[in-house]
Design a protein. Sequence first.
Length: 305
Amino acid sequence: METYEFTIDLASTDIGTRLDKYLTEQIPDQSRSYIQKLLDDNFITVNGKSAKSNYKLRAGDTITVEIPEAEELDIEPENIPLDIVYEDDDIIVINKPKGMVVHPAPGHTSGTLVNALMYHCKDSLSSINGVLRPGIVHRIDMDTTGLLVACKSDQAHRVLSDKFKVHDIHRVYTAIVYNQFATDEGTINKPIARHKTDRKKMAIDPNGRHAVTHYRVIERLKQNFSLVECELETGRTHQIRVHMASINHPLLGDEVYGPKQKPFATQGQVLHAGVLGFDHPITGEYMEWHADLPDYFQGILKRLR
């Protein structure tokens, strides 16, 4: 285990700085998101006591940071076919099918994207997120299809984590939503937090995390549906589903945030992550990938046109 210790002098210009921001600057080879995870897991203390990411530094503070050894990856590899869009020594971009969970969790211990990646990549997956989420830098919902990037090297993982943190990733989704629009495009800027009574849901909350979605109407469909394109400026859990429902345009098939009755026999929301782009974490070259709408999505479109 690697240990760091820092003391804030009386004349330090860092007084009043957020703890996570300060530590990211002091330990540049670790991402801010990883520092926050260490804080959550009590590997970082201030004056011998646990502290939150937003703690403001005071004169005389002594900060101790313990960075644990990377855990051995012990998930069972599974020979699950993957639709690989791009792969090199540092990253792998997957076109995820509907119904596939990204990483193991209670109730989903096998058949996940991580199980498949473990088989395909062997020992070449970043270990930053530990045994349950090797290589995983972001997620899309189980019933959302489309593009997702995983990291094979720790360096790539740190760089991409920071890019997601500062919203320096280009992500565009296509969805079928209820109701017609008065205008062809717009922006939803509403904070999102965990639902106060149903912890499996998210909700619009004035005290939630900043969340912005830009939408554009691609086509007005029959039966009072619309085909829309949503570009994420931020990436909160269930962001598009919560945001579109909040303006009376819930996603077709979304039983959590939309009507319980479904006009089509869909498996969850009709949502596809069709565009993913970012500067390569190692080479710096901008790269962008596109994934066609899956067959089920195109079948519904055909019926609504």
